[in-house]
Design a protein around this ligand. Sequence first.
Ligand code: NAD
Ligand code: MG
Length: 394
Amino acid sequence: MPPELPDMNRIAVLGATGSIGTSCLDVIAAHNSRLQATALTAHGRWESLAEQCHRHQPRFAVISDASLRAQIGGNAFPYKTEVSFGPDAIEKIACHPDIDTVVCGIVGAAGLRGAWSAIEAGKRVGIANKETLVVAGPLVMQLAEKTGSLLLPVDSEHSAVFQALLGGRRQDLKRIVLTASGGPFRGWSKERLEREVTVERALAHPTWQMGPKITVDSASMMNKALEVIEARWLFDLEIEQIAVMIHPQSIVHSFVEFVDGSVLAQLSPPDMKLPIQYALTYPERWAGTIATMDWTRSHQLDFQPPDLDAFPALRLGFEVARRGGTCGAVLNAANEVAVQRFLDGNLKFTEIPQACGDILIGHNFDAQPTLTELIRLDGWARKEMQQWKSSQSI
Ligand code: NAD
Ligand code: MG
């Protein structure tokens, strides 16, 4: 039996000022008789958070960068909003008894603490922060099993798989196929990627509007690598049961294949408001806030296998998903720093997967790490990536 949705779903939006967070607030505002923004959090841009608070009147707001406290005047936030500071405050909000649903929209491994706290408290959790599952998938899933927390994917591919899986029995599943737009460099050769990628081009995604980190990840296909790992843990799959297909139109968000050969897919225009809304309303479906498919005109849907030689990040993703243990935490942390170095202009685009591969090979693998060990390795991999130099450039 799917769980019932509360009459008023009181929502904490972690990472409210980001791309996922603002879309989430749009969905909440469009359904304000059943959805309420009860808590909003942000890291740095407190002015945007204050503005959101004036618009949505939440009971709680959290600014996780505690050093900003001194800058914020007494009247910046609405009178009814209780403002607190620091990462601990995010954890407290995520498990607060007056919150029903936590949307994890923080970017990077920084999102793990809030997600963990929500799952520990048995909340309904909308997981956009794929890094939580990449870093600590098995531990997160065990915790959810123990507390009865309902994990609902917000990542569009995983939401599609979740929805398509409702069409059959879990034991009859053969495989899932995650679709990928291919990003701005779809069809480029390895050589062209080495020569012609610029930060500006990497940040210009053809079909999705997203934050800068995931946009660069989409260009390198590291995003799909992280999604393979995310799917492995979220749906408890063998690595042979996960495939990736390039689908440039971003209309088919993923599909599942059952043992009889039947393939079920979920289609919609590319807009994150749909998977966000489904995570907030499941098992119900409400009239959407987004444009729907236009079935009066013709559409073309293309599918191609990915080029693993030009985009070796995807190969790394499959390897990390297969090995499990500490690999996810190391790959994720190394990639976060590599993306920042690329954006800062001190790492080449094609060096991102190369450097991540080097750091993965050099780490002390453990098949069944504790959370403490994963957090320690996250710090280690970040330092290694800060110092990484290409062997060619020495
Ligand atoms: P973003 O950069 O637009 O927003 C990030 C949010 O996290 C901001 O509110 C920021 O204040 C907060 N934040 C940043 N660093 C933090 C820290 N150290 N501690 C606490 N809060 C911090 O990112 P986004 O594109 O919205 O992505 C958020 C997450 O959702 C990522 O994990 C991403 O992979 C995932 N996701 C995003 C999309 C999308 O369309 N944007 C799609 C699928 C999955
Ligand atoms: Mg995705």
